[in-house]
Design a protein around this ligand. Sequence first.
Ligand code: FEO
Length: 176
Amino acid sequence: MFSDKLEKSLNQQVKLESAASALYLSMASWCEKKKLNGAASFYYAQSEEERQHMLKVFKYINEMGGHAKVASVDQVDLDFENIRQVVQRSLESEKMVTASVHQLCEVAREEKDYGTLNFLQFYVDEQREEEVLFGNILDRIELIGLEGQGLYYIDKELEALAKQKIKTEGISTGGK
Ligand code: FEO
């Protein structure tokens, strides 16, 4: 059993992971409407992955004797200027989640809850990987550009990333 403070912080993480899942679902929809089917597959997979992150914390809270709470998320962005803005916004969102994970680790450390600290290591690693991933995609966009066939190639790269994610992490993308 953990403290009220740690339980509250873990439930806050549930909310953030849900919000990330909702944001990526919205991005998948935007990409699909723009006929960027590779990018849509990538964001459907991202959304599903975030839902799995949410469920993992959710179940951990109850397993440890706390009360996992479903939280409504704020309205997410529905419209974007272009794919560059979508990816930039994704990176910003990941940075915010990383800050929250690090804060959670601080709380667990203060309370000498080494089990929870160990549990959180997955999220520390995951956030580092996600920030690198989105940073790399932004670099590719800067390099290739979105003019002419650039957008087509970026879409293909995101499609390849989606396939990789589905294969290595067993994620469903809603039939795409
Ligand atoms: Fe699970 Fe990338 O936040």
